[in-house]
Write a protein of this length. Structure first.
Lengths: 112, 118
């Protein structure tokens, strides 16, 4: 069965610091991988998506993620955190397209 | 282009009542997904529908829950005889075509309906 594990339910960084949100997946087939962001009382917004090709994927708002098959990871990074990045972030896998399987989410706090 | 619309945004029901959640996909989208987010948890897939067809309902509870996406009108998620454990945020997502892994089938999410069962 496919699954997603996000390490750390809460991550706190200072404004300007590196953001690193960890995601590991389990899939029996090459997966499609996603990162979504959810602001309070809102729906999910797609940050970036990996399907095939280049393993370093750039998304919106300065975020990027790298697909590492050998480590079954798809960690999300941003070089410099901004206050507006405070939100909940979800990693998801879609093993063959179609339904998304989400991780538990990581709440990112940004301190001034 | 309006995004995915869900209504109501907030719904309060007493135990035993019925809840009907509506989702209007983005214009041109013919595929709808429903997800449930329980407090302090991630989103869980419930059902995937195309117009007049249920494609995948592997995440739907066996009893009290049903979903439809008619030829005309919004998709409806129906919960009969609600219980307190049904309290959650229910999100709808839509995509324009069959999932192939390409960008064209990206799922776009609505703002959700927050169901509270008293």
């Amino acid at each position: 069965a496919q699954s997603v594990t996000q390490l750390g339910s809460h991550v706190s960084v200072s404004e300007g610091a590196l953001v690193l949100l960890r995601c590991n997946y389990s899939s029996s087939v090459p997966p499609y991988l996603f990162w979504y962001v959810q602001y309070p009382n809102q729906g999910l917004q797609l940050l970036l998506k990996y399907t095939t090709g280049a393993t370093l994927v750039k998304g919106i708002n300065g975020f990027e993620a790298e697909f590492k098959k050998s480590e079954t990871s798809f960690h999300l990074t941003k070089p410099s955190a901004h206050m507006s990045d405070a939100a909940e972030y979800f990693c998801a896998v879609s093993p063959e397209g179609g339904k998304l399987i989400f991780g538990q989410g990581t709440e990112l706090s940004v301190k001034p | 282009n309006a995004g995915v619309m869900q209504n109501p945004r907030h719904l309060v029901r007493r135990r035993g009542q019925e809840a009907r959640l509506r989702c209007s996909p983005m214009k041109g989208h013919s595929h709808v997904y429903w997800y449930r987010q329980l407090p302090e948890e991630g989103l869980k897939f419930m059902v995937y529908l195309q117009k007049e067809n249920i494609i995948d309902e592997s995440g739907m509870p066996k009893e009290r829950f049903s979903a439809e996406f008619p030829k005309e009108g919004p998709s409806i998620l129906r919960i009969q005889q609600v219980v307190r454990g049904d309290s959650a945020a229910y999100f709808c997502a839509s995509s324009p075509q069959w999932p192939t892994g390409g960008w064209a089938d990206t799922q776009y999410f609505g703002p959700g309906t927050r169901l509270t069962v008293l």
